[in-house]
Design a protein around this ligand. Structure first.
Ligand SMILES: Cc1cc2nc3c(=O)[nH]c(=O)nc-3n(C[C@H](O)[C@H](O)[C@H](O)COP(=O)(O)O)c2cc1C
Length: 194
């Protein structure tokens, strides 16, 4: 990652907030000299502490094979700036090509599990250790992971809180409507209790 990084570590107790609002994410995996990246609209937190996340990863994907071989995966939260890339890596398989090379993705390596992580144009990344649950994987394609490291761009997530403003619009998260149409999160409001 040669660009100046605005990424800072996120405390693990705040990791669930990175995906709490349901952004479309990128799932990365690496094993035996191979690496891969795919889009996933279906993910959610399932526990605060230890932080655990569920992701639906179809049997047809190459990503799934690499996760099952390596025992870990990465989750990237792309910003609006990476909308085209998000759609592209969700529309082709990395079984025969390296999508990182093909799309000139400048990936780094996560500090704990060595998963590919992407910072440019992205809001956050997490590294997860696969929690093997054969039944949910087979029946529902649902994979669970425990988050063991996380970081976010401090311009949009700091001290455990998101802040969506006009100044960080390129990092606002993506939410897939289907067929390559996305809405970009914004218009943040504060609810009040009386
Ligand atoms: C916006 C978007 C969201 C997607 N969400 C999911 C998902 O939640 N789960 C899934 O298994 N595939 C999802 N896909 C499809 C995979 O990204 C796609 O099958 C990909 O080509 C798999 O790549 P791979 O074979 O290199 O792992 C999505 C695709 C797009 C474009």
């Amino acid at each position: 990652m040669s660009h100046p990084s605005h990424f800072r570590p996120v405390a693990l107790e705040h990791a669930s907030r990175l995906v709490n609002h349901g952004p479309t994410v990128l799932i990365t995996a690496a094993h035996g000299g191979q690496r891969n990246i795919m889009a996933a609209a279906w993910s959610m937190p399932v526990e605060f502490t230890p932080p655990r996340i569920a992701v639906v990863i179809d049997k047809s994907t190459h990503t799934r094979e690499l996760i099952m071989q390596s025992g870990s995966f990465g989750i990237i939260v792309p910003g609006a700036a990476q909308m085209d890339l998000t759609y592209a890596v969700g529309s082709e398989s990395g079984r025969d090509t390296d999508k990182f090379t093909r799309h000139h993705i400048n990936a780094g390596t996560g500090p704990v599990l060595g998963m590919p992580v992407l910072e440019q144009g992205c809001a956050a990344w997490l590294e997860c250790r696969w929690i093997k649950e054969s039944h949910t994987e087979q029946a529902y394609d649902t994979f669970f992971g425990e988050v063991v490291s996380a970081a976010a761009d401090a311009r949009i997530f700091e001290n455990g809180h998101w802040s969506f403003t006009d100044a960080n619009a390129d990092l606002h998260t993506l939410h897939h409507l289907g067929a390559g149409k996305f809405v970009v999160a914004g218009n943040q409001r504060q609810a009040k209790l009386d």
